[in-house]
Design a protein around this ligand. Structure first.
Ligand SMILES: [Zn+2]
Ligand SMILES: [Zn+2]
Length: 146
């Protein structure tokens, strides 16, 4: 579901949301939008700090919160361990989290199935499935046969 993004796309998103652009914000957006795995904040921080040693964890966490509040990122409290992040520039989709490998898969949705009641302003809808992914199912079948 991901497409190619360049710096101009990210600058436009920040401008539309009324947020000033910064090297850190661009790096965070680039990482989350290019990453298929719905990364957690800690994972984003560890990936970015490698090429940017001055980056602080607080900066990353604060920016993730801001970008989510402004609707550029989707913050998903799908797991009790950590919030996972996704881009919002995708067709509506649900998520399936595998309890064994902790990966999150995109599941296509025909249309947004729900809408908030009249008078509520909603900026985030999440549909979650949890269970075991095909690869982990296969692995546990093999283990059972051993
Ligand atoms: Zn799995
Ligand atoms: Zn997703």
């Amino acid at each position: 579901m991901k497409k190619d993004y360049n710096r101009t796309d990210f600058l436009k998103m920040l401008a539309n949301a009324g947020i000033r652009s910064s090297v850190q914000r661009l790096a965070i957006l680039e990482y989350v939008f290019m990453c298929e795995s719905h990364p957690a904040a800690e994972e984003i921080y560890s990936a970015l700090v490698r090429s940017n040693p001055m980056l602080s964890r607080t900066t990353v966490f604060n920016n993730l919160r801001l970008l989510s509040e402004k609707g550029i990122l989707n913050d998903m409290d799908i797991s009790s361990e950590s919030t996972r992040y996704d881009s919002t520039d995708t067709p509506p989709h649900a998520h399936f989290m595998c309890r064994k490998c902790r990966r999150i898969f995109d599941i296509p949705l025909a249309m947004p199935v729900m809408s908030a009641p009249h008078g509520f302003h909603c900026d985030n809808v999440n549909v979650f499935f949890k269970g075991v992914c095909p690869q982990c199912m296969e692995k546990s079948d093999v283990d059972k046969k051993k």
